[in-house]
Design a protein. Sequence first.
Length: 256
Amino acid sequence: MQFDNPNVTVTVARFTAAGPYVLRLTASDTVLTSFVDVSIIVSLPPDTTAPTLTITSPANNAPTQAETISVSGTVSDPGPYATGVAQVTVNDLPATVNPDGTWTVNDVPLPTVGNNPIVARALDHAGNAAQPQTINVDRQPPPDITAPTLAITSPSDGSSTQADSITVSGTVSDPGQYPSGVAQVTVNGFPATIDGSNWSLANVSLDERPTPLAVRAVDLAGNATDQSITVQRQSPPDTTVPIVGITSPANGSATQ
C-alpha cells in the first residue's frame, strides 16, 4: 500500500493487492499525539475478460486411421484483474492444464469414419468463457486386409462337355470391416464381367483333354482369392456312316 501524500488531511491510498488492511491515522501537535486504526478489506474489480484459447495439435482436417486422438493447445487468462484458468475441455472431456499454459487431452474418441469435429472450451474462475475453438479430424478407414470371397457355380468341377468352349460363372464379394471392393475376376487370365455379386466369362476355350480353369478375384487393396476346377472336353460322337466298296468281282461279271 502507498499514500500519495501521507502528511495531508486528504490523500489517496493505493493498494497493490486485494485483502485486509489496517490504516492508522495519526494527529499530533507540539505536545500530544493521538491515532486511530481503521480496518478495511480491499477487493479487486471483477474479472470480465475471457480466457484466450488455441488448439495446436492436431492440425485442422488432419487424417488418421486411429479411433482416438490426443488434442493439445495453449490457454491463458489475460486482463488487469485475471482470476486464472479454471478448466479446459475437449468434446466435454477435461484437459490437463500445465503451469506454463499448455494443455492436453488424451484418447479423444473419433467415433465416425470420416469427419469428426473437435471442440475445445475454456473457463476462468470468474465464469468467463473463451471463444470455442473447433477443428475437424478425418478418420480414415484402416487398410482392407480381407481377401474376396469367390465361388465357381458353373460348370461343376470334373464335368465334361463336347463343346470346344464354355461359359464359366460364379459369385464374388469383398467382406471384412473395411472392404475396398472387388476390382476384377479373371478366368485363365481373361477378365470376367462382374454384375453385382455375380461374374461370368463366355467362350472359354477347352482343349481335347482335361482343361484346368483357374479363377482369381482381386479387391482394390490387392488382396486375392483363387479357385480352380477341371473340365473334360470329350470328342463329339461319330455320326458319319462308313464308306464300303466291292473291288472284286466287278459288277455284272460272269463266271462258270
